[in-house]
Design a protein around this ligand. Structure first.
Ligand SMILES: O=C(O)c1ccccc1NCC(=O)[C@H](O)[C@H](O)COP(=O)(O)O
Length: 224
C-alpha cells in the first residue's frame, strides 16, 4: 500500500546534554528544542544550546523556545545559537508574532494551550502569520511553567481543526500513550519533553529510545 502522507515530524524538547541530543538524533528526531526560560528545569544558556545545535546541524531542526521574550533576549539567542525556528510559548499576540518573524526571518511556531474546543479558536488570528502551531495542555493550577508539565488534553478536540493546519501535538505524551494519541488525532507532528525524563529536566536516553520505538510500533500497527 502506498500513502502520500508526509512522515511524522517528531520534536524532542528541553534538551541540555550531548547524551540526550544523541539519543534524540539516533531515534530520528526531526526537531530538537531548547528552552530559554529561567524558571524551567530545562533552561539552557544560549552558548550551550549553540554547541548542541551545531551537533544537530543537518540532522534535525533546532527550535528555540521562549516565553514572551523581548527583542534583547531574542537577539542574543538568534546571534549565539542560530536556531532554525522560534517557538513562542507565552502570550505573544499575532502582532508580536509577526514582528518576530519579520525581525529574524525565521519560521515561527505558536504554542496554544488547550482544554476545551473554544481554546482552538485562538489560532485563527495567527493564521498566515505563524508557520505552525503547537497544541499543549493548559498548565495545572500552581505551575510556574507554561509548558513541560506532562499534562495532556482531550486529543479528540483536534478533529475540529481545519484540514491542512500544520501543528505539533504536545502535552503529556509518553511511550505508553503515543499510539492512542496518533490514532485519535492523526497529527502531522508530535512533541515531547517530560515523558522522556527520569526527573524534571533530566532526559533519559532509554525513555527517548522507548518513545521512538512506540511511535514506530504504532505506525506498523496502523499500516497492518
Ligand atoms: O518544557 C519546559 O520546561 C517549558 C518551559 C516554558 C515554556 C515551554 C516549555 N516547554 C515547551 C515544549 O515544547 C514542551 O515540549 C511541551 O510543553 C510539552 O511538554 P510535556 O508535557 O512535558 O511533554
Amino acid at each position: 500500500m502506498t500513502t502520500d502522507r508526509k512522515p511524522l515530524d517528531i520534536k524532542i524538547c528541553g534538551l541540555k546534554t550531548d547524551v540526550a541530543l544523541e539519543a534524540a538524533l539516533a531515534g530520528g528526531a526531526s526537531h530538537v528544542g531548547f528552552i530559554f526560560f529561567p524558571k524551567s528545569p530545562r533552561n539552557i544558556e544560549p552558548d550551550a544550546a549553540g554547541r548542541l545545535r551545531q551537533a544537530a546541524r543537518g540532522k534535525a531542526s533546532a527550535v528555540a523556545v521562549t516565553v514572551d521574550a523581548d527583542d534583547a533576549l531574542l537577539d542574543r539567542i538568534v546571534a549565539v545559537m542560530a536556531p532554525d525556528m522560534l517557538q513562542l510559548h507565552g502570550s505573544e499576540t499575532p502582532v508580536r508574532a509577526a514582528e518576530i518573524r519579520a525581525r529574524y526571518g525565521l519560521p515561527v511556531v505558536k504554542a496554544v494551550s488547550v482544554r476545551t474546543a473554544s481554546n482552538l479558536a485562538a489560532i485563527e488570528p495567527y493564521r498566515g502569520i505563524v508557520d505552525r502551531f503547537l497544541f499543549d495542555a493548559k498548565p495545572p493550577k500552581g505551575s510556574e511553567l507554561p509548558g513541560g508539565n506532562g499534562v495532556s488534553f482531550d486529543w479528540s478536540l483536534l478533529a475540529r481543526i481545519p484540514a491542512g493546519t500544520d501543528y505539533f501535538l504536545s502535552g503529556g505524551l509518553n511511550a505508553g500513550n503515543i499510539g492512542e494519541a496518533l490514532r485519535v488525532a492523526a497529527p502531522p507532528a508530535i512533541d515531547i519533553s517530560s515523558g522522556v525524563e527520569s526527573a524534571p529536566g533530566v532526559k533519559d536516553p532509554a525513555l527517548i529510545e522507548a518513545f521512538f520505538r512506540a511511535v514506530k510500533d504504532s505506525a506498523k500497527h496502523r499500516a497492518a
